[in-house]
Design a protein around this ligand. Structure first.
Ligand code: CAA
Length: 246
């Protein structure tokens, strides 16, 4: 993927940073798109630079179609064709359904599922024109198996898999592959926020008895983003420590 341009949404987060780094090591030029304030983005960019990573950062709100459209227009104008899209941005608002508010439902669906549409819809025509593309979207083990307290998140993450398979059918003839990764529980701020007692029960259920390191998910993303994965499309690669086997 040497010299190819990669866009990573949620690029500034724990998993996003690991993905940016892995793709950078493979020779890609990285644009990290994120909703965070510009001072935090600048600080992150500088920290990465201090560790030898040269990343561009672009502000975007993936829940807004127009925000995605203008970001992608600007990006293509400035940097040329986009070869790799990693749909990584996502949030959770866990609650049992009988306590879940419409706001908790909509926040997750708007970011994790509608955000996937808003970004990919604005990228796809460029990739079709270039007759090349790698789209990798971050689903979740919980989109495959369900999870207590995650009707909203599991619905969105299962939706990502249906979206992936359908888009893979539409774009295979243009040299574009579309795949998903279903990570298990990662050492991240999202997992750190789970109540300690519940987290311990979850770790006990994982055959490997540990959380994933963000780098272990990023390595799978980098594989699907590489030229050598060109015959894989419409797949989901499960990186769950054995928590779910499909
Ligand atoms: N299975 C069955 N029962 C469960 C359960 C489970 N997994 N989790 C909780 N319960 C039970 C509890 O034992 C409790 O029962 P009792 O009342 O009889 O004691 C009852 O449900 C209520 O539990 P809580 O007090 O925890 O209920 P709550 O409403 O306060 O909180 C919750 C519910 C928010 C879902 C909380 O349990 C929680 O945060 N769970 C973790 C959810 C989770 O896995 N989130 C993943 C975040 S990371 C991520 O999403 C990334 C990814 O892709 C993997």
């Amino acid at each position: 993927m040497k010299g190819r341009l990669a866009l990573v949404t949620g690029g500034v987060g724990d998993l996003g940073t690991a993905i940016c780094r892995h793709l950078y090591h493979q020779g890609a030029k990285i644009i990290a798109a994120d909703k965070i304030a510009s001072d935090i983005a600048n600080q992150w960019q500088q920290e990465q630079k201090n560790q030898g990573y040269d990343f561009q950062v672009m502000p975007v709100d993936i829940t807004e179609f127009d925000s995605c459209a203008s970001m992608i227009t600007e990006l293509v104008k400035k940097h040329g064709p986009l070869a790799i899209l990693v749909n990584n941005a996502g949030i959770n608002r866990d609650a049992q359904l009988y306590k879940m508010t419409p706001e908790q439902w909509l926040a997750v669906i708007n970011t994790d599922l509608n955000g996937l549409f808003n970004v990919t819809r604005n990228v796809i025509e460029h990739m079709i024109q270039e007759k090349y593309g790698r789209i990798i979207s971050i689903s979740s083990v919980n989109g495959l198996k369900g999870q207590f307290g995650q009707t909203n998140y599991a619905a969105a993450k299962a939706g990502i898999i249906g979206f992936t398979k359908s888009l893979a059918l539409e774009t295979a003839r243009f040299g574009i592959t579309v795949n998903a990764i279903a990570p298990g529980y990662i050492e991240s701020r999202m997992v750190a926020a789970i109540p300690e007692k519940v987290k311990q029960i979850i770790i006990d259920e994982i055959p490997m008895k540990r959380l994933a390191k963000p780098e272990e998910i990023a390595a799978a993303v980098a594989f699907l983003a590489s030229e050598s994965s060109g015959y894989i499309t419409g797949a989901h690669l499960d990186v769950t420590g054995g928590l779910y086997m499909s």
